[in-house]
Design a protein around this ligand. Structure first.
Ligand code: ADP
Ligand code: MG
Length: 684
C-alpha cells in the first residue's frame, strides 16, 4: 500500500552488492523491468466519504476533526470529515508524534478499505499523508510489487521506473511474428503493466490475461522453447558410443531370472531406452513413473544392455540410503550374471574407497552405484557408456553435467528417473529437450493403500492401532515433519520415538529412529534393520521420502500431514502396500486446516493415481511448487502459468522454430534479454 510520499532513497545502480533488489533476485535492469506488479491500487481519483462502499478500497480526502488515544490496546482513533460525511481511522501501532501527525484541522489523503460499523465507516491502518487540497493526483494506477521484508514499495517503484528509463525498449522481435500472434510491442506492454492508465482494464490486468501480459508470457515461453531447441540441436552434434544392436543375451538372462514378468509399459520403456542406446548420439531420456511403478528394474535392464555391449554404467542416487538400496537390489540381480559392482558413497573409509575407485577405473566393476560421490574428482571410469540418475530432480544441472563429463572421449547416454509424475503438458513445456518414457500404472497384485485422515485429537487411537500391528508382526512407518530449529511446537521425531516406545512397553526394542541429523553409517544400520525385519516400527523424518522399498511394510502414519505437499504425501504413501497385502496410510493433522490443506488431504483420500494427484496439485499450487525449488532452471518460468497458458506453449514452440530459422539475430537478442548469462535451460 502506498504510504506518505517520503522521497525514497535513490535505488542503487543495478546489481551492486548489498542492493536490496538482489534479495528479490533482481540483478540487472531487465530483471527490474520484468519484476511485474502483483496488483494495482487506484489513487487517481478521490471518493467522497458518503459514497464509500464496504470492502472496496478507496482514496478519501478529508480533514482531521479529532484524534485520541485510548482503549485497552492503546489504539489511536482519528475522526476525519469531508463535505459528504465522516469516517473513523483506527491504528494499533502508534508513533510518538501522533498528535502532530493527526493535528485537528489538517487535510489528508487517506487510502484504505472501508468497513461498516455501528457508527458508520471506519478504516483500520489506512495509509495517510498530509496533502494540499489541490495537490495533483497520479495519472496512473499505482503498482504493488512482490517484495520482501525491508524492501518498500516506494523503493521498488523508483527502481523499476529508473530501470525502464535506462533500457532500450525498442522492439526486437520481427513484425511478422507479432502480427501472426496478435501481440503488442514490448515497450508499450511493459509501460502499461508497470503504470497502467486510470482507465485500463483492471480485471484483465489482475487476471493476467490482458494483451500486455500475453506478450510477456509469450516472450518468456519463447525464450524457454528456443533454449530447449538449441540444447537439443547442440546435443545432436555430440557423439556417444553406439551400443550393440539386436537383443542382448545378458538382458535375456536377467529377465529370465527376475521373480516377476515386466508389465507392458515397463517393457515398452526398456525398448525405447535400448533403441536410444544403439545410436551414436547421446540419449537424454526421462523415465517417469509413479512411486512403486518399478523403475529400478527398467534401469537394471538398461544397465545390462550397456554392460553386454562392453560399457560401464554409473547409477547415482541422492541419498546414502537410496543408493545403498539400489546397490543391494542391483547386486542381487546382476552379480549372479557375472557383473562386477562398485560402491561409492559420502561416508566411506579411505581404503574401501580406494579399492572401489580402482575397480571403477580398471573397468573390473561394470556397474558403479553411489551418491554424489560418483561425480567427484578422482572418480574415473574405463569406459562409461551409460549414466543413470535416480530422483533426478534432487540433483542440479551442474551435477548431471559432471556425471556426463565422466564419459571421457565421448558422452555417456543419460537416463534420468523421476517419481514426481509430471503431467504431460507440463513435461512438454518444461522438458521439451528431453525424451520421456512413462511407466503407466502399477505392477499387478498391488492393492491401493487405504488412506484415512485423523485429527490430532485422536492420536491415542492411532497409536493403539500402530501398536496392534507391531504386536501382530507387521511393519509400520511413522513419519514426522523435519526437525527444524525453533519449531518447538512440532513434535519432532525424537519425541514421537519416545512416545511410541513407551506405548509398546515390552516391544519397545522393535522401534527404530531415523532422521537427517544422524551419521550416515547409523542411518544405514537402522534402515537395514528395518528392511531385515529386526525393527518393526520405524519413526522417521522424510529421509524415507524417496525410493525406499521395504515390501513388508503395511501401515504408515504421517504426523502433521497438513505440513506436507500433495506429491510428497503421495510419495510417502507409496512406501507401503508393496508386498501385495492390504495397506493403510493414516494422515494425522493438527487443526485448524487451511482450505488448501483440507483439499490436499481430501484428494489423497480419494485418489491413488499419482498423475491425477499431480494434476490436482498443479491446480492447488501452480507448477513451480509442484516440482520443488530444487528443480533448477524451472524458476525460469515466472510469468507464464502452464494451466492457463497451455495454448501459448504451443504457439511459442512454433514461434521458436521460426525465429531461430528466420531471424537468428533477433533470436539471440531475445535469449540474452530473457535468459541473460547463465540459465540452466541451455545446459540441461
Ligand atoms: P520405483 O518406480 O518407485 O523406483 P521400484 O523400482 O522400487 O519402484 O519397484 C517397486 C517394487 O515393485 C519393487 O519391489 C520391485 O521389485 C517391484 N516390481 C517392479 N516391477 C514389477 C513387476 N513387473 N511385477 C511385480 N513387481 C514388480
Ligand atoms: Mg525408485
Amino acid at each position: 500500500m502506498p504510504s506518505t510520499p517520503r522521497r525514497p532513497a535513490q535505488p542503487a545502480a543495478a546489481s551492486r552488492a548489498g542492493d536490496p533488489g538482489v534479495r528479490l533476485g533482481l540483478h540487472g535492469d531487465w530483471d527490474y523491468a520484468l519484476h511485474l506488479p502483483l496488483h494495482y491500487v487506484d489513487e487517481t481519483r478521490i471518493t467522497p466519504i458518503a459514497v464509500l462502499r464496504e470492502g472496496t478500497a478507496a482514496l478519501v480526502q478529508a480533514r482531521v476533526r479529532s484524534a485520541e488515544l485510548g482503549g485497552a490496546r492503546r489504539q489511536l482513533r482519528v475522526r476525519v470529515d469531508d463535505d459528504s460525511g465522516s469516517l473513523e481511522l483506527r491504528f494499533f501501532h502508534v508513533y510518538p508524534n501522533w498528535q502532530r501527525q493527526y493535528a485537528v484541522g489538517k487535510l489528508m489523503r487517506i487510502r484504505g478499505e472501508p468497513r461498516r460499523t455501528l457508527y458508520g465507516f471506519e478504516m483500520v491502518h489506512p495509509s495517510c499523508h498530509a496533502s494540499a487540497a489541490d495537490a495533483p493526483l497520479p495519472q496512473r494506477l499505482t503498482p504493488v510489487y512482490p517484495s520482501a521484508a525491508g524492501i518498500s514499495q516506494s523503493w521498488l517503484r523508483t527502481a523499476v521506473a529508473a530501470a525502464l528509463r535506462r533500457l532500450d525498449l525498442r522492439e526486437w522481435l520481427p513484425d511478422a511474428l507479432l502480427q501472426r500472434y496478435a501481440l503488442p510491442a514490448i515497450g508499450p506492454s511493459l509501460e502499461l503493466l508497470h503504470a497502467p492508465p486510470a482507465d485500463a482494464e483492471l480485471a484483465s490486468l489482475q487476471a493476467r490475461s490482458h494483451p500486455a501480459w500475453r506478450r510477456i508470457k509469450f516472450d518468456e515461453l519463447l525464450a524457454q522453447q528456443m533454449a530447449q531447441q538449441l540444447a537439443r540441436a547442440r546435443r545432436a552434434t555430440l557423439r556417444a558410443w553406439p551400443m550393440a544392436t539386436g537383443g542382448s543375451a545378458l538382458v535375456q538372462r536377467l529377465r529370465a531370472a527376475l521373480p516377476f514378468a515386466l508389465t507392458p509399459s515397463q517393457h515398452a520403456c526398456v525398448e525405447q531406452i535400448v533403441a536410444d542406446l544403439q545410436r551414436a548420439q547421446p540419449m537424454h531420456r526421462l523415465l517417469q513413473g509413479d512411486v512403486g511403478s518399478g523403475k529400478t528394474v527398467v534401469a537394471a535392464l538398461a544397465a545390462a544392455h550397456a554392460v553386454d555391449s562392453g560399457f560401464q554404467c554409473a547409477l547415482m542416487a541422492p541419498t546414502d540410503i537410496l543408493a545403498g538400496q539400489h546397490l543391494r537390489k542391483l547386486a542381487d540381480w546382476l552379480q549372479p550374471l557375472g557383473i562386477g559392482v562398485a560402491w561409492l558413497r559420502g561416508a566411506q573409509g579411505r581404503r574401501e574407497r580406494a579399492a572401489e575407485l580402482a575397480r571403477a577405473a580398471s573397468g573390473e566393476a561394470a556397474l558403479v552405484v553411489g551418491t554424489h560421490a560418483v561425480i567427484q574428482q578422482g572418480v574415473q571410469f574405463a569406459r562409461l557408456g551409460l549414466a543413470i540418475v535416480d530422483e533426478q530432480h534432487r540433483f542440479g544441472v551442474a551435477q548431471r553435467l559432471s556425471l556426463r563429463a565422466k564419459g571421457g572421449e565421448r558422452e555417456p547416454h543419460l537416463l534420468m528417473m523421476s517419481a514426481t509424475p509430471i503431467p504431460r503438458t507440463l513435461a512438454m513445456a518444461l522438458f521439451g529437450d528431453l525424451d520421456v518414457s512413462t511407466i503407466d500404472g502399477m505392477p499387478p497384485g498391488r492393492t491401493p493403500v487405504r488412506t484415512r485422515v485423523f485429527d490430532e485429537a485422536r492420536r491415542d487411537e492411532v497409536i493403539e492401532r500402530v501398536c496392534a500391528q507391531v504386536r501382530d508382526g507387521r511393519q509400520v512407518y511413522w513419519v514426522c515433519p523435519l526437525i527444524e530449529e525453533g519449531e518447538t511446537e512440532l513434535r519432532n521425531a525424537e519425541a514421537a520415538f519416545a512416545e511410541l516406545q513407551a506405548a509398546l512397553g515390552a516391544h519397545a526394542a522393535l522401534v527404530g529412529l531415523l532422521h537427517g541429523r544422524m551419521p550416515a553409517a547409523r542411518k544405514a544400520e537402522v534402515m537395514d534393520a528395518f528392511a531385515g525385519g529386526q525393527l518393526r516400527l520405524l519413526v522417521a523424518t522424510t529421509v524415507i521420502e524417496v525410493g525406499v522399498d521395504v515390501p513388508a511394510a503395511s501401515l504408515m502414519v504421517v504426523e502433521h500431514a497438513e505440513r506436507f505437499g500433495l506429491s510428497q504425501l503421495h510419495q510417502l504413501r507409496g512406501r507401503v502396500g508393496r508386498g501385495g497385502g492390504a495397506a493403510e496410510c493414516l494422515l494425522l493433522f493438527a487443526p485448524p486446516l487451511s482450505a488448501t490443506a483440507r483439499a490436499r488431504l481430501q484428494a489423497l483420500r480419494e485418489s491413488a493415481d499419482g498423475f491425477a494427484l499431480a494434476n490436482r496439485d498443479l491446480e492447488l499450487r501452480g507448477p513451480g511448487e509442484l516440482l520443488g525449488q530444487r528443480q533448477s532452471g524451472l524458476q525460469a518460468l515466472r510469468h507464464a502459468d502452464l494451466r492457463d497458458d497451455a495454448d501459448l506453449v504451443a504457439v511459442a514452440r512454433d514461434a521458436a522454430v521460426w525465429l531461430l530459422q528466420h531471424d537468428p539475430a533477433a533470436a539471440g537478442l531475445h535469449l540474452e534479454r530473457w535468459l541473460g548469462g547463465g540459465v540452466d535451460w541451455l545446459a540441461a
